[in-house]
Design a protein around this ligand. Structure first.
Ligand SMILES: [Zn+2]
Length: 76
């Protein structure tokens, strides 16, 4: 598969990704995805993303509190 953003060949990976769905941030662990070595774009297969969406819909997840670094951009 090729990157939809820049056309590089994607590399299969397994690990943790974050998804923002309807403004909410979800962390997905132990998931198979493809990553672009060029621009860092991550692509989920239709089966995997469907599976994730179903789990979210059915609320099949646990909630954890994590600390994330938040930065403000600088102007100019
Ligand atoms: Zn790319």
């Amino acid at each position: 598969m090729k990157c939809p953003a820049c056309g590089e060949v994607l590399i299969k990976k397994k690990g943790e990704i974050d998804l923002r769905i309807n403004g909410k941030l979800y962390m997905v662990r132990e998931v198979t995805f493809e990553m672009c070595p060029g621009c860092g774009e991550r692509v989920l297969s239709p089966e995997v993303s469907q599976n994730i969406f179903q789990k979210i819909k059915a609320r099949k997840y646990k909630e954890e509190t994590i600390k994330i670094p938040v930065l403000n951009g600088t102007y100019g």
